[in-house]
Design a protein around this ligand. Sequence first.
Ligand code: NOJ
Length: 505
Amino acid sequence: MNILQFLLLAQNLCVLVLADPPPDYYFPDDFIFGAATAAYQVEGAWNEDGKGESIWDRGTHEHPDWVADNSNGDIACDSYHKYKEDVQLLKDLGVDFYRFSISWSRVLPTGKIDQINQAGIDYYNNLIDELLANGIQPYATMYHWDLPQALQDEGGWPERKLADYFVDYARVLFENFGDRVKHWMTFNEIVQICEAGYSDGAFAPYVVNPGIGGYECTHTILLAHGRTYRMYETDFKAQQNGQIGIAIDTSWHEPNFPDRETDQQASEVDMEMNYGWFVNPIVNGNYPDVMIERVKTNSLAEGFSASRLPEFTPDEQEMLKGTFEFLGLNHYTSDKVYFAEEGAGDRPSHWADTGVVGYQDPSWSGSASYWLKVVPWGLRNLLVYIKNHYDNPPVLITENGFSDYGQWDDYDRANYFKDYLYEVLRAIHEEECNVIGYTAWSLIDNFEWMAGYTQKFGLHYVNFWDPERTRNKKLSSYVYNNIITTRHVDWDYYPDWPQPTESNV
Ligand code: NOJ
């Protein structure tokens, strides 16, 4: 080693020794932890005990080849029969709550209240009771993508009458479960329901109507959400005293060059048009101004006589304003954005209306899902954005997680949880963001929509080859449990854990 190399090594060692370790922040005492699933992804029993057909049953049966491994949710994790095992896993995990979804067509096979399926009501009663008996709070999502097929046959979410049917369905849920369920999320990820379902045709019901279908669908859903909130407020709140929220997903859209003004504007427009689109009506009563302007300008230029974005009446705006007790946030990843010089996609389309393009930095590490890159700091930036734009509302992180191909020793998932949860701690302690809780997606490996069973998000392994659908703990379940029980991130904690036996793989 020459003198120069020696000096460099000494300098590096100094940096290592002198650099401050990250502060050891703790989660506040009232911060809650949970894990999530959704009915179609885990329940199975797709046609058992009177359940009606949903758009995902129809879609996967009609087009098996559209799903990566030609699979479907007919059996999935068989949670319809094995929910007690799921609750045991939740108990071992040490979570405060379980976020699950209710299958509309299991409760109302035709989607309407003319026919109530008692076996469906019984199933959710049993699940809720089992959770409560184990000290776990039920957090119920009313709609996680599985529309009763009978309502799709009437046109699906772009039809405004669907809002009426949803409010009727919600009333059945409050009447039957509201004595024990105190936290409700009306909808999960409106952008996926509407853009993927009714604009791009990427998800069931696979309708292709870009630039129109997604806006009409969203409009109905926002009205359904608002009216459900108001109905609960007048008819149930006094006796049941629960809270209503909604789970909205967004990536963080980082300006491509953070110091460049046009990239900052692109980030702002992208956030408004892909997050404010849903949140602004619920918080402030209407779509963001920039969205109203951009869609109108584009629509007129395309020859439409009016904007493709529907309008809320003044009464509807009043009705919608403030319809949440907490904002659910589903977040996984980030991108870098800038204005597209030559348009951001075919017209008409929501992407063209947004006018922004994004990419993911090749240096960010990946997962089994092409869209999911690991960008922990993006979550902190997003939480700060929400605080600044919406007056620091209570945010419940309703989903966050990592996909792989099904490893037992899922170090990448464990590290993802550590890194993202540490950014949540920073947002709370350094930025005073009002984050009230966190939900890991997912409790168990499950049916990942168009990716079938090729991408795994579970804290627990499910053996899909085994008719018993055996469940087993992965490394990440111990790491998440350690964070929950110690209430901070222990960077060195990797347990000696009982490796599952070969026969379960
Ligand atoms: C969001 C959805 O709510 C959930 O159903 C899905 O499995 C996860 N993201 C992972 O893609």
